[in-house]
Each structure stands twice: as structure tokens, then as C-alpha cells.
Write a protein that binds this ligand. Structure first.
Ligand SMILES: [Fe+2]
Length: 380
């Protein structure tokens, strides 16, 4: 029997002939199509009419894929699915709160627990899910990214599981106060005026209030929402706390918040490259950010480890061979080019090439597409 693989894809790349690997439900929990259905155009039209955004399909696997490659694809696919589902949950929870309903804490906690389980096993894949923002509005995907980064940092600090879940919950809910800011303001396609910013600045305080009104929210989660715009030197908001007055987990949330905002494309500016974002964080060491936590954050989140496959700003693809602790953003990269053979053809030492930077991590699915053993059209 031909091997196949469960793959989550956006509906706009679904085609007649694909076979569903999971039931599809409407927003009201009605089954629209059953797992095993071979899609035809009529099905696709129906799903689009119900505003279904993603489908899980059976993707046939090429015989050329090794078991190890399949394992890596599975890990990447699990991470992608977990993130997509988490974004959907946050979107729903935040919309409920905006409408005046209470915060569904158990749902958030369950999502965080799934993220923790994956990140404890292996945090490499989840942090490189870089296309989350294609799926949804910024606030929801940003909440998931911040949650992932705070859990990675919590893990680096050897935080036990229950506290790790609290950190992840605080990361996910850090901007819950934005549900009390008018939507028109939240989705403005430009930077804020001073007046608009004055309204936005209330969101940490609103966040604290919402979380205090909800039963069972741990104190640390409330603090992370209330303190994530405080700065180490006291220049943040809304209380103007400084140094140790700001909980370390709130300080981690601040780093994750700033780093993710900078490395994400917004309607009014392009994304910064990881190294540029690191350089920005470094300029804030000792002023905006606690030096120890900032260096820890950079080491665990922003630096790509040996073995990771990256694309450089000149378009070349290569494997990281060596990372210099003193210049961690300028690794030695073994170029494998965009050829099927994946052999290292050239070694580039970025310490000697100030004209080049690491642009992004290349997912396994994309590498396999270059090798010609995985669909290359519109990577998901
Ligand atoms: Fe915020």
C-alpha cells in the first residue's frame, strides 16, 4: 500500500481528488464532511461557503523519502497543526471576551498544555513555524508566538511543568486587555498617533482587570498581562515599575513581545531579520531589558543552532556548521544550494561576510520540495 501522511493545508490550495484525513466541522459543530471523503469541486465550494480555512488531507508519500525524513515531516506537521489550532482557540476566546462573555480559562490551559508537551519533547520545530501570520490577524498569532517563546525560556530556566504551563498561559493571555480597545484602533494599517497610543497604553491594566474577574487565574498570569510593557529602567507602562519590581516572567514576556513584533511583517513596515531584532534587543540591555534574561532569550530563541538549515539574504540555502559564542548571529554556513543532491558546495563564514545575514530557517518540507520528493507548490 502506498504510504501517506496527514497534512494540514489552507483551503485555497485544496484540489479535487484529495482525500480528507479528518472530519470537517462548521462553526456550530455540525459535521460538513467526513474523513475519507474524496473531494470534488462541489465539496470545496460548500466548505468555502462555510468559511472553512484549513483541511487535513492524506498526502501520498514518495518512496524516495527516508524514515528519518518522514519523522521530521511529522514533527513539523504536528507543530504546524498545534499552532493553527491554538490560533483558532485564542481567536475564539478573545472574541468571546470582547463580546462580554467570561474568559474560557480551561480552553486556554488545554491549548497551552499541548504547546508545553510539544516544546518539552523538542522545541526546534515549533519555534520555526514562521508562516503563522498568513493564517490570521496579528493579535491572535502573536499571542501564540509569545506563548511559545515564554515556554522555551521557562524550559531554559528549568521551570517545573505546572509553573511552565502558568508561564505559557501568561504569554498567551498577555494582550487579553486589547479586547477592551476598539477594533478599528487595533487593526489600523499604520502606526498610532499620540492620542491613539494613549488609548492603547491602557491594555495592560485592562488585562489585569479581566483576569482578576476570571475565577482560577494564577497570580503570575495576571502579573504577566499587567507588567509586559514595563521596562527594566522604569520607563515602561502602566505602573512604571523597574528592575526587580517586575516579575522575571513578565520581563521574559516583554522580550518575547518585542522580538516577535519586530520579526513579523506588519501592514506599515516589513519584518526585521532575526539578527537585526537581536541587535535591537542588545541596544536595550541594562536599560529596557534585564541583561541576564535578555542574553538568555537571545541564546534560546533568536540564535539558530548547529545543524539548522537556513536561507541567507543572498538567497543561498545552507546548514549551520559552527556558532561562535562571541558572534552567535554570524555562524559558519555550509551552502547546499538549491539542488536535489543537498551536498555542501561552499562554506561561508558570516563573520567575514558583513554583507550577508541569515534571513530565515528553511522548513524540512521545503527542503524536501527542493529534492523533488514533496509537493513544492505553495508551501504550507
Ligand atoms: Fe501588549
Amino acid at each position: 500500500m502506498k504510504r501517506s501522511f496527514k497534512r494540514t493545508i489552507p483551503i485555497d490550495i485544496a484540489e479535487p481528488g484529495m482525500v480528507l484525513a479528518k472530519d470537517v466541522y462548521s462553526a456550530k459543530d455540525q459535521v460538513l464532511l467526513r474523513s475519507g471523503t474524496e473531494l470534488d469541486q462541489r465539496h470545496l465550494d460548500k466548505l468555502q461557503a462555510f468559511n472553512i480555512e484549513h483541511l487535513c488531507i492524506w498526502q501520498p508519500l514518495s518512496d524516495e523519502l527516508s524514515d528519518e525524513e518522514i519523522q521530521q515531516l511529522k514533527a513539523e506537521e504536528n507543530a504546524r497543526r498545534t499552532c493553527i489550532e491554538a490560533v483558532e482557540i485564542v481567536k475564539q476566546v478573545m472574541s468571546d471576551v470582547r463580546m462580554g462573555d467570561s474568559l474560557d480559562l480551561p480552553k486556554v490551559r488545554q491549548t497551552v498544555s499541548e504547546l508545553c508537551t510539544q516544546l518539552i519533547q523538542d522545541d526546534r520545530v515549533l519555534r520555526y513555524i514562521d508562516n503563522l501570520y498568513a493564517y490570521d490577524e496579528y493579535t491572535f498569532a502573536h499571542s501564540i508566538q509569545v506563548s511559545v517563546f515564554t515556554i522555551i525560556l521557562g524550559k531554559a530556566l528549568h521551570t517545573p511543568r505546572p509553573a511552565l504551563e502558568d508561564i505559557g498561559t501568561g504569554g498567551m493571555l498577555h494582550d487579553i486587555g486589547k479586547t477592551r480597545v476598539p477594533l478599528e484602533l487595533l487593526n489600523l494599517p499604520r502606526q498610532y498617533t499620540a492620542e491613539e497610543f494613549a488609548i492603547m497604553r491602557n491594555h495592560p491594566q485592562y488585562g489585569e482587570e479581566i483576569l482578576r474577574e476570571t475565577n482560577g487565574v494564577p497570580e503570575i498570569v495576571i502579573r504577566m498581562a499587567g507588567e509586559h510593557h514595563e521596562r527594566y529602567n522604569g520607563t515602561g507602562y502602566f505602573r512604571g515599575l523597574k528592575g526587580d519590581q517586575i516579575h522575571p516572567y513578565s520581563q521574559i514576556t516583554a522580550l518575547a513581545d518585542v522580538y516577535d513584533a519586530m520579526t513579523t511583517t506588519r501592514t506599515y513596515r516589513p519584518a526585521l531579520l532575526p539578527q537585526q531584532a537581536v541587535e535591537f534587543l542588545l541596544t536595550g540591555v541594562g536599560s529596557f531589558f534585564n541583561p541576564d534574561l535578555c542574553h538568555l532569550f537571545i541564546k534560546h530563541v533568536a540564535i539558530f543552532p548547529v545543524g539548522c538549515v537556513v536561507q541567507l539574504t543572498n538567497g543561498l540555502i545552507g546548514k549551520i556548521l559552527e556558532v561562535d559564542e562571541k558572534l552567535p548571529t554570524r555562524p559558519v554556513v555550509g551552502i547546499i544550494g538549491k539542488t536535489k543532491l543537498m551536498r555542501i558546495t561552499e562554506i561561508i563564514d558570516l563573520r567575514r561576510r558583513p554583507d550577508l545575514l541569515v534571513a530565515r530557517v528553511v522548513p524540512q518540507s521545503e527542503l524536501l520540495a527542493i529534492k523533488g520528493v514533496w509537493p513544492s507548490a505553495k508551501q504550507v
